[in-house]
Design a protein around this ligand. Structure first.
Ligand SMILES: [Zn+2]
Length: 269
């Protein structure tokens, strides 16, 4: 069986999409970019749209589910997997029932067992996932208001983790953003700060054997990779060589469990 391969096509408040190889199939996690942008980024990852038959949605906010996909999903006969809580909103955005596969608990997808984990984010919440192939485990979590205990219990024995690291608190505070928006982001139902993210990742790393830590959904206005590198340098230097920071505008390298982290570092540093 082929191991997991993972690439973030792009991540941030202007759009999110990643691809994960599970068995012999590619699954796209979220589809927040235009079709044209997605095709271009897939090409850079060595893939074409026809390689993707399944889209797994964390939630259906615009930056994770761009409604332009409704037509493409229908014409290509793709399947959009989402929690049943998100189905009415996805349909109101134009997605057809025949293209929706709703889950309400653990499900199987191309040889992996997928465990969805409900976490707080705006009204309906969002879903994090653990993919378990029987040989490798991959965890994906973005748009969390906070990190609940039940997520940390599930994010154990992972080989790869992709985790939100949204904002630097000082940049957030001094951003000039309206107060209501700041409160929404930092209030436990919005996004994770770099320190909250690192704290969770330290716990996950202590109960895993991680090859890669991929950081997601950096705020363009209120974050910068140098803040994250400084934070890791100061508090978690041993984890720093495993970190890949995703970007809004371009894909990460293709990452595999067990691959030498140093190879990726040459690209990154
Ligand atoms: Zn988002």
């Amino acid at each position: 069986m082929n191991g997991f391969k993972f690439c973030v096509l792009g991540s941030g408040s202007s759009g999110n999409a990643s691809v994960l190889r599970s068995g012999n199939n590619w699954v796209m996690i979220d589809c927040g970019f235009s079709i044209k942008q997605t095709k271009e980024r897939l090409k850079r990852a060595g893939l074409v749209l026809a390689d993707i038959q399944d889209i797994l949605l964390t939630h259906v906010d615009r930056d994770h589910f761009n409604p332009v996909w409704c037509r493409t999903i229908q014409t290509h006969g793709m399947k959009a997997h989402m929690h049943r809580l998100h189905v009415p909103r996805a349909m109101s955005l134009g997605l057809h029932a025949e293209n929706i596969v709703a889950f309400d608990g653990v499900f199987q997808l191309h040889g992996s067992t997928v465990e969805p984990i409900h976490v707080a984010h705006d009204e309906l919440g969002t879903f994090s996932f653990v993919f378990d192939s029987g040989e490798e485990r991959f965890g994906f979590a973005t748009d969390l208001g906070h990190v609940p205990e039940h997520l940390l219990r599930s994010f154990s024995n992972l080989d790869i983790v992709a985790f939100e690291s949204n904002y630097d608190p000082f940049m957030q505070e001094t951003s000039g953003r309206p107060q209501f928006l700041k409160e929404r982001i930092v209030g436990g139902g919005g996004h994770l700060s770099n320190a909250q993210s690192l704290c969770a990742i330290q716990t996950i790393a202590s109960q895993s054997s991680l090859s890669h830590i991929i950081l997601l959904h950096l705020s363009r206005q209120c974050n910068a990779p140098r803040h994250i590198y400084d934070l890791y340098e100061e508090h978690a230097a041993a984890l720093k060589p495993f970190v890949t920071i995703s970007h809004q505008d371009h894909p990460t390298p293709m990452l595999c469990a067990g691959e030498s982290a140093n190879m990726v570092q040459e690209v990154l540093f």
